[in-house]
Design a protein around this ligand. Structure first.
Ligand code: ZN
Length: 377
């Protein structure tokens, strides 16, 4: 019942449309026409103006042929780079890019699978509850589209995001993340002539970092200092050093606590760094920029949406593992806005690289699973 030729054609068409974050006009146009052709009514929010993207988030509605709670399907239309002149090539049942670009299976494999499932529902006249498909922009740049999505346009309280690698996975849990930038300001001085008059911002950073616990903090928490920039020349005591880091946790309290500890250690070392020059005291200082990137999500294993997916998988002998993710996605934002939403693998692999790939066979399997889920929703 799933048409693998149609899937290949659909995916190839979408992948050939470059759609890096903020430049989604062309793919949005394609998707508007494609979904309306499938019988959807289109609504858009006004996110483009707020985030400076070429397109709004698109919400498509399919009326139910039977009554019941509406079901949301969620995907994103933007990709990471390099995404100029993407040429999808199908060899031996696997899509890869021809050149030095990503493929864009993240997230176009998911969009393709939804379209195929909708084609099959229509062809086979399968009865279903009302369906809503939300296609966001700018997911890859801090979930900007989802964060500015007009949730009054969505009525579903349960959903499935198609946006993780591999197949046979459902993600029910993902951490929250804090990201921070700290600028440490010391005192510049000639390193060879009057080092007594200088405060090294690099040394302050080094002292603070050496006291931090980084990497895996516990089973649900991680921390990292990922960028360090500072100094100008070997003969200058460095005035400015910038640190960039992040903390992730499935537990909001631990997220706050570990973030506070890391920032506290920098504050402590900055506070201790002071010298006296010509009778007056010179102190180091710092500026902190802290961003709460996204909230955590946790859908209970007994939740109706997971039972629905598990039952559908079982009915077609599809092995499915429920697990936790290490990163955030649109689903974190959907859950925070009252939609119980899990994330399904789409078959995409090696994403965010020029080696990105997806098997047609895997897209066929997920489309099949989607049909079964929707049939029983
Ligand atoms: Zn994605």
């Amino acid at each position: 019942m799933i048409n693998s030729k149609r899937i290949s054609n659909e995916f190839a068409q979408q992948a050939a449309i470059d759609s890096p974050s903020f430049k989604e006009a062309e793919i949005a146009n394609y998707l508007r026409q494609r979904f309306v052709k499938l019988g959807a009514t289109l609504t858009e929010d006004t996110a483009s103006k707020q985030i400076g993207s070429q397109s709004n988030n698109l919400i498509f509605r399919f009326p139910g042929s039977k009554s019941g709670q509406p079901l949301l399907l969620s995907v994103h239309m933007d990709t990471v780079g390099p995404a100029e002149g993407i040429e999808p090539v199908l060899t031996g049942g696997v899509f890869r890019s021809a050149g030095n670009t990503i493929l864009g299976a993240d997230d176009k494999a998911g969009i393709t699978e939804i379209i195929e499932a909708l084609e099959v529902l229509r062809e086979q006249e399968i009865e279903h509850v009302p369906l809503e498909v939300a296609i966001t922009v700018c997911e890859e740049v801090g979930l900007l589209g989802a964060k500015h999505l007009d949730f009054s346009l969505i009525s579903a309280k349960r959903g499935i995001a198609l946006d993780t690698t591999g197949i046979s996975y459902v993600i029910h849990k993902a951490p929250a993340a804090n990201r921070f930038t700290v600028e440490i300001i010391g005192q510049e001085a000639h390193a060879g002539v009057i080092p007594e008059n200088g405060i090294s911002s690099i040394q302050i950073a080094a002292r603070a970092i050496s006291r931090m616990k980084l990497g895996r903090i516990d089973e649900e928490t991680t921390a990292n200092i990922g960028v360090i920039k500072g100094g100008q020349a070997t003969n200058i005591i460095p005035r400015q050093t910038i640190l960039e880091g992040e903390v992730r946790s499935h537990n909001p309290e631990k997220l706050r606590e570990i973030t506070r500890q890391i920032i506290g250690l920098i504050e402590d070392e900055v506070e201790k760094a002071r010298i006296t020059v010509d009778g007056s005291e010179i102190k180091a200082s710092m500026a902190l920029e802290l961003n709460e990137e996204y909230p955590s999500m946790h859908v209970d294993k007994q939740a109706e949406i997971l039972q629905l997916i598990s039952a559908a998988a079982e009915a077609i002998d599809f092995p499915l593992e429920i697990k936790a993710a290490g990163g955030g996605s649109d689903a974190n934002i959907l859950n925070a806005n009252g939609i119980q939403c899990v994330i399904l693998g789409t078959g995409m692999n090696k994403v965010h690289s020029v080696e990105e790939e997806v098997l047609v066979e895997d897209m066929v399997k997920i489309s099949r699973l989607l049909v079964e889920i929707i049939r029983n929703a």
